[in-house]
Each structure stands twice: as structure tokens, then as C-alpha cells.
Design a protein around this ligand. Structure first.
Ligand SMILES: [Zn+2]
Length: 224
């Protein structure tokens, strides 16, 4: 944890970069107050350091023997001759050697279903529209991270499983909030902000890393 003071700062801010957390302090805050604030932020900081580890794994090319982020964890990829389908054992995901990327995608699309459904239902519940959710589907388009149909079908992209959990939550909330407002009006964003006051930072993450995330698929079959 680095502490940086600046007489020009009016507010306190935290930053996590390259696995190092820095707190920026305005002059009016004493060292003791700063320590208390940092103590209170301990979980938040840990989450962010973890999210950065995921990002680093995301940018290293997918390869057998390498790693892939998955719902806030990091899985090691191993090729295993004779295997018919991808099989997870703890932090290791064993894949059939032939077409292993396609097996990885197929496994991931299956493995995320329950988590995606739970998060959408959680946020729809917070917004008071749980009854409007019809199906939660895992999508694989090349252009959209999520969608919400008037029918109540919500789709979330399978590659969101490689984003930090908080970012995935933001997209789940984003789509669930369309069950209240089928637009991006100020009222829509007010609903989002009420459930997730810090949603802007997750939106910013998607703007910054979304393209790299989309490219991490290396799809072998045409996307639907
Ligand atoms: Zn939207």
C-alpha cells in the first residue's frame, strides 16, 4: 500500500495498478484517519488486486499449460489425450487435445449457466421485477455482451466469465434493469445506480478491456 499526499486533492481516492494499491489523500486527513479508512477498504482492495490477476491471465494467450480466468477464479488448462469432454478437477481444466479451444468454449458455456441465472435473478429481485425474468441464456455473438428482450429473455455472453466478477455483475444488472426500462434514459441509469452505486467503474472496465476480452475467444466455428 502506497500513500500519496497532494495539496491539490480535495477527495480521497484509491487506485490499484500492477498489483499495487495506492491511496491518494487530501491534506486535511491525518495518517491515523488514513489508516482507519484503509482498514475499512481492505476487502475492496483485495478484490481489485484479484481482478488484476484475472486481467493478466486474460492477456496471456490461451494455451495448454496456461491459465484462463473463470468466474473470479483462475483455471489451469491441460490437454489430456483420450478425453471426450472437458473435465474440471479443482483448479485444473483437462481438455481433449483435438479442438481444445472449442471444448473450452463448450465447457465454459455450460459451466456459467447457473451463475449467470442466479446473478440476473438476484438483480431483478433487487429491482422488484423478478417475475419478469423468463430465461437466462448464454450468448456467443461477436458484438454484444448482453441483451434483454421484451419477452423477458436475458442473454449474457459466455466470455463475461473471464471478466472480474464485479464486471459480470454489472452486465447482469444492466440487462435486468431493462426489464424496468427498455431504454438508457436517466431513469434507467438511476435504477442501475441505486443497486450498484459504483457501476461506472465496471462500465469503464468494459470500455477498456472489452475488445481484448472478445478476442480471447478465438472462435473456431462461426458465431451465431
Ligand atoms: Zn442497455
Amino acid at each position: 500500500m502506497r500513500i500519496s499526499r497532494s495539496s491539490r486533492r480535495r477527495t480521497l481516492a484509491f487506485q490499484v495498478r500492477d498489483g499495487v494499491a495506492t491511496v491518494y489523500l487530501p491534506p486535511r486527513i491525518s495518517d491515523q484517519q488514513a489508516r482507519q479508512i484503509v482498514e475499512g477498504k481492505r476487502d475492496w482492495l483485495r478484490q481489485h488486486v484479484e481482478a488484476q490477476r484475472n486481467q493478466q491471465a486474460l492477456y496471456s494467450a490461451l494455451r495448454p499449460g496456461g491459465e484462463v480466468p473463470f468466474l473470479g477464479e483462475v483455471l489451469s488448462l491441460r490437454l489430456q489425450p483420450g478425453l471426450q469432454v472437458a473435465t474440471r478437477t479443482g483448479p485444473v481444466l483437462a481438455l481433449p487435445p483435438e479442438d481444445w479451444l472449442r471444448h473450452l468454449e463448450r465447457w465454459t458455456r455450460q459451466a456459467v449457466q447457473e451463475h449467470y441465472r442466479q446473478r440476473v435473478e438476484h438483480f431483478a429481485g433487487r429491482l422488484g421485477v423478478a417475475a419478469k425474468v423468463r430465461r437466462v441464456l448464454v450468448s456467443r455473438t461477436r458484438s454484444r455482451w448482453g441483451s434483454c428482450a421484451a419477452s423477458g429473455d436475458i442473454r449474457l455472453h459466455w466470455l463475461l466469465s473471464r471478466a472480474p466478477l464485479a464486471v459480470l455483475d454489472y452486465v447482469a444488472l444492466h440487462e435486468a434493469a431493462h426489464l424496468c426500462e427498455m431504454n438508457h434514459s436517466p431513469r434507467y441509469w438511476a435504477n442501475v445506480a441505486q443497486v450498484m452505486p459504483d457501476f461506472e467503474q465496471h462500465r469503464a472496465w468494459m470500455r477498456e478491456h472489452g475488445q481484448a476480452l472478445m478476442h480471447s475467444a478465438q472462435p473456431l466455428a462461426p458465431a451465431d
